[in-house]
Unconditional design. Sequence first.
Length: 177
Amino acid sequence: MDWKPFWKIIEDAYRPDSAEHFEALKDRLRALKWYEVVEFQARFDEAVAAANTIALWGAAHLINGGCSDDGFRDFRIWLVGRGRHAYEAALKDPDSLADILDGDPVDGFGLDAAALRVYEEKTGLSDFYERLDREEKDAPPPPPEGEDFDFEDENELRKRYPRLAHLYLSPPEEPPA
């Protein structure tokens, strides 16, 4: 599947409510042939992997008030689910997420499982991950790209993500006079 139809499916399915988003994505995928559902998932996984950067992990940590390895994967799933414009803007500048967020944490709500569910409905088979090349799917992800920094350092977070910090961090305390 080429990128253009992939992003069209993602964007047509977007709903602000996570459960509705998941169901809308499944509805869009039901219109595809079974092998196109597998191709869609391959693109989805590719987009999630490309967002594996320290800069985005720092933003995810700030947005969600902490971020484990699994939490960061879930964040990247959410990011892909927001569509091409938000995704590409965030890859270039994670602070751009302030344009689409309101100060609440985010959740990918298992969007990466929508294709699996539709594939199983269409085929009645449970070989979805074998078709995605199981060995590669189960391999641990590579470490995130970029220069590491302390996600707990609020001053560093404010410097790197000024607009997100405005949404997610309390104002800095004023030094005593």
